[in-house]
Design a protein around this ligand. Sequence first.
Ligand code: S3P
Length: 461
Amino acid sequence: MTAIRSRPIKYIRGTLQVPGDKSMSHRAIMLAGLADGSSRITGFLPSEDCLCTLRAFQALGAKITRVDATTLDIEGNGGNCRQVLEPIDCGNSGTAMRLLAGILIAQPFTSRLVGDASLSSRPMKRIIEPLGLMGGVILSENNNGRAPLIIHGDRIRPASYVSPVASAQVKSAMMLAAMFAEGATTITEPQRSRDHTERMFRHYHVPVRVEGLTVTVHGRCLPHPGDFFVPGDISSAAFWMGAAAAKEDSHLILENVGLNPTRTGIISVLLRMGAQIKECIKGGNNGEPYGTIEIQGAKLHGTKIGGAEIPTLIDEIPLIAAIGAVAQGETLIADAKELRVKETDRIAVMAKCLRAFGTEVEEREDGMVILGGNNLRGATVDSHGDHRIAMACAILGLFATGHTTIKNCECVATSYPGFQRHLQAVLDGKLRLNTNRTKNRLTFEPEQTSVRSVPTTSITP
Ligand code: S3P
């Protein structure tokens, strides 16, 4: 089993580009794959999770050519999905399974969706119920509300649904199904979750309206073909952002990172902890703003995280917990019960890992309290097969005395292929140097640390 090794460093200096956004890569394949015509996707994330969606869409009749590792040419199936007789393997990916279920419920055939042990333990009732309102039948094979899922697709009708959870996967599953239903489907969530599907619907000309926390999709309307650029994943960038922010004397530039405001909660939290971060939007004409994040190291202090902020940083909480352990004082994470049903129970697993590094943690049902600032000691921990736990612990190792080993790390490839290479460059001080170091340093005015550049007008809110 692959282990990742980490050790203390003095600072992080240089420039880095992380791989493409996972959420957008899944959706780009799905929308281009359903369009009638050809689309080019650039910046695609070739991770295990997204490759599951890619293979599923090939099986459903889209012609996908991998021009290079991150460029796909997709000739969509025009909405005429081909029946897949074998099980569709979603691997470790909740996004692949839940979003594909939304598409398959509207097809005139039966499909079976399977996943690995982690995915087969995650709740699927959250999509079974709302998709069931739209017609078709979706069954949990073992009758336990979990995968494998049997989907008897049918002609479907629009529905109105108030979701008890703020989940982009639930919202997107319904939105994708709604494209095939005649009339208006509405989905209301308790808090705003990431809005990539809404933005991509607009880009692919599928009528969608957003009013407060309600999204309305007008069906029967399939995506038009269109090229799409996938920027770097802010959830992957977050590991280096957090590390550089908390390591004094660091100066890091992260290029081409997605800066969709429903995903940038991590920047707000780090700023509240005393970080010196500047973000600058450089583009985003396809509806997804992206740009540069510049970080200068500082001494951080604890903060409180909860409420509507949680969905904007849900995948970054293992990293926030790690940075909380480094920062002075208490970091409180609340309202984050969803973490218990991610790839692992991220509250329990992260609390265990933090304790192994010598940090005092109080585990709560919906989060944790971390008493940071005490000396961290290197540890041997197990990722439990969870990519974000593995990477968060590798970051902790940069701040701990001695050596850190994280076991069971193949999982990192589900979201961040190349993480180990980037970690090695950080450990060896071999990141690409900032091209105009003096200028980069001067652009960063300490009194402007919380400046967040205003998006260009071409970006649809
Ligand atoms: C995702 C939504 C989030 C997130 C996941 C990807 C998506 O899950 O945790 O990694 O692409 O829609 P929920 O929507 O279930 O919160």
